[in-house]
Design a binder for this molecule. Structure first.
Ligand code: MG
Length: 379
């Protein structure tokens, strides 16, 4: 029986992963949550892990009291996440925390030789070079969970990475597809949170509405599949049925399709390379009838343009724009800045900072912190 640990078990990906785990009767080694102690308690009682972690240490005591009748080790903070990440009594670590906080646990898991199912975008955006170099050195598999990267990974099975011409990264276009900058002036938080196809957490839903999500995925794809930026093409595909594709040297294009449901890529990563029934709907192509593909509007969706620019420039730029985006999205959620200001802040940061390499985890933290401070000073 496969043993799974989950960082971010009370979030959208974590909950769906536990559905998959429940269906296939996998064993749960460890669970970690940010602050939802009520759900973490329920999950602990149902799945009986050996270790749990509540990231927010203000809630540590209360969780201990709630679970005082259960024989379990309870951890807290970044140290707790990393202890779970390096725990040897597990087969796969699903990292589905949100934000830069996911990077150190990923590095820790890889260092310890644990396979990582990666749903934390920021890990590869901010620390792609570090993570991939370490994974190579330690011979550790990083299995993508994001639907697009899972699609590329699935389309790569049985083929060689150096036979890739390019990858086609599909984007739903988000709730504001086809709108002009002018129309986006007064977009509200509620409108940005209303995604047409996918049900996701708040941060990634906002990122989808700005197309920053696709920008982060572009950078992730570069690192995961060892591509150069000009080998990645973003295509808007409104129905989210073709989850991405690979064009090979012979111009064969292999795509992965399915209904837009994260449980499919989550299950593929957790059970890899096995395919078996999944708790989701079947895809009916004739129900969809038409699938459409269009070019993205890089002028209106500044975040996407800036992300591609950042990875072309390389060095610390992807880390910087990721940090600025985290601050900007938080401020947009708190209604301190407008929708379009998210992209403006990112473009501004790209122009403000000069080129620097990232060689260590401390470099990542340094540029991440500097970029956050810069963004806050502008807001
Ligand atoms: Mg995605």
């Amino acid at each position: 029986m496969k043993r799974v640990s989950i960082l971010g078990s009370t979030g959208s990906i974590g909950k769906q992963a536990l559905e998959v785990i429940r269906l296939h009767k996998l064993s749960v080694t460890a669970l970690a949550a940010h602050s939802n102690i009520k759900l973490l308690e329920e999950q602990t009682r149902e799945f009986n892990p050996k270790l749990i972690c509540i990231y927010n240490d203000d809630l540590y005591k209360e969780l201990k009291i709630r679970l005082s009748d259960v024989n379990i080790r309870i951890l807290t903070g970044m140290e707790g996440l990393c202890e779970i990440a390096r725990f040897s009594d597990t087969d796969i670590l699903l990292n589905s925390v949100v934000g830069m906080v996911g990077l150190l646990p990923t590095l820790t898991a890889v260092e310890a030789g644990n396979t990582v199912a990666l749903a934390n975008k920021e890990t590869l955006v901010a620390g792609g070079k570090l993570v991939m170099e370490l994974a190579k050195k330690r011979n550790v598999n990083i299995l993508p969970v994001d639907s697009e990267h899972s699609a590329i990974f699935q389309a790569l099975q049985g083929n060689d990475n150096n036979e890739i011409n390019k990858v086609i990264l599909t984007a739903s276009g988000g709730p504001f597809f086809n709108m002009t900058k002018n129309q986006l002036q007064n977009v509200t938080l509620e409108q940005a949170l209303n995604h047409p196809n996918w049900s996701m957490g708040k941060k990634v839903t906002i990122d989808s509405s700005t197309l920053m999500n696709k920008g982060l995925e572009f950078i992730e794809a570069k690192w995961l599949f060892d591509l150069s930026p000009n080998q990645i093409e973003v295509v808007v595909h409104r129905q989210s049925v073709v989850h991405s594709a690979v064009e090979y040297k012979d111009y064969s294009v292999i795509a992965q399709m399915g209904v837009p449901d994260m449980k499919i890529p989550i299950q593929y990563a957790l059970l890899y390379p096995k395919r078996t029934k999944c708790p989701t709907e079947k895809l009916s192509l004739t129900d969809y009838g038409t699938l459409t593909f269009e070019k993205p509007d890089y002028e209106t969706f500044e975040c996407l343009r800036a992300s591609i620019k950042a990875i072309e420039l390389g060095g610390a730029y992807p880390c910087i724009i990721n940090a600025v985006n985290e601050v900007a999205v938080e401020s947009f959620i708190k209604k301190k800045i407008s929708f379009l200001q998210i992209g403006e802040l990112i473009t501004d940061a790209l122009n403000h900072f000069s080129f620097n390499e990232i060689n260590t985890y401390d470099d990542v933290i340094k540029f991440d912190t500097g970029a956050r401070e810069y963004a806050e000073s502008l807001i």
